[in-house]
Design a protein around this ligand. Structure first.
Ligand SMILES: [Fe+2]
Length: 257
């Protein structure tokens, strides 16, 4: 499996504090069947303005460390950018680290709202060939209180990443309900752990897989957890999502088969 949103680079943000924690997270990832991780440190929004070189340097170092320890996990460069009005200019200047140097750019909105300039910024990024992926919209109060707003962003070609912990209820009922609703609406495009540590927010995707299979069916789960993460890593376009299906209960199975 591929996890496209993980704070695993040691010491860069509020994720892995040191290389020991990064190694522990790597071991957990491998135990959970994850062998490819895109490292996505926070950039700006209270964190330093890391440049692409800072991120790729840290990725190379961690890959070396994991290879020395014979841990079967490969790290790729990425970042999680706080939504700021100058993002399109920084993209034009080649300053933004996309997900594994693809067209996909992970963007985080402030948790309490959807700023009025959001649509304009995402549009200006798209005009330059970027495909914005909105990180965990199910945790954003603006989208929770006005889900249609998210639908509109998606209609305009933006993608979303839903977080495992939201789907399982780790971030509370509101995020859980929103995550399930967005997935059933076909408004989720990729699932990622957004892991920050080796304790609570760990790199793990299978708990989300189980729930999505139940609420929306196997096919959609496969798209969100296998096909789409793989396309993002390889910089390919995503295929249209299969329609969500409720898993059949024993009764309906018995009735219709
Ligand atoms: Fe994150």
């Amino acid at each position: 499996m591929i996890d496209i949103h993980v704070h695993i680079l040691p010491g860069l943000d509020d994720g892995a504090a040191d290389v020991q924690t990064a190694e522990a997270m790597a071991i957990i990832a491998v135990e959970n069947g994850i062998h490819h991780i895109i490292a996505t440190p926070h950039v700006s929004g209270g964190f330093p303005e890391y440049k692409c070189n800072d991120i790729t340097g840290a990725v190379d170092q961690l890959n070396l460390h994991l290879a020395e320890r014979e841990i079967a996990l490969k790290i790729y460069p990425g970042a999680e950018y706080y939504l700021e009005p100058d993002l399109p200019d920084r993209f034009a200047a080649g300053e933004l680290q996309t997900l594994n140097n693809s067209q996909y750019l992970l963007v985080e909105l402030p948790a309490d709202q959807v700023p009025p300039y959001t649509g304009q910024i995402l549009y200006e990024l798209q005009l330059q060939g970027a495909v914005p992926i909105i990180a965990h919209p199910e945790r954003n109060h603006g989208f929770i209180s006005n889900p249609q707003l998210l639908g509109e962003f998606i209609q305009r070609g933006n993608l979303t990443q839903i977080t495992t912990g939201s789907i399982t209820g780790m971030f509370g009922q509101k995020a859980e309900k929103a995550a399930h609703y967005f997935i059933r609406q076909n408004w989720g495009h990729v699932i990622a752990s957004d892991a920050h540590s080796s304790r609570r927010r760990i790199p793990e995707l299978s708990s989300a897989d189980k729930i999505i299979k139940k609420i929306a069916g196997k096919q959609l789960s496969r798209s969100l957890l296998v096909s789409n993460p793989s396309s993002i890593l390889e910089g390919k376009s995503l295929l249209p999502l299969p329609a969500p299906q409720q898993a059949k209960s024993f009764f309906s199975f018995w009735r219709h088969n």
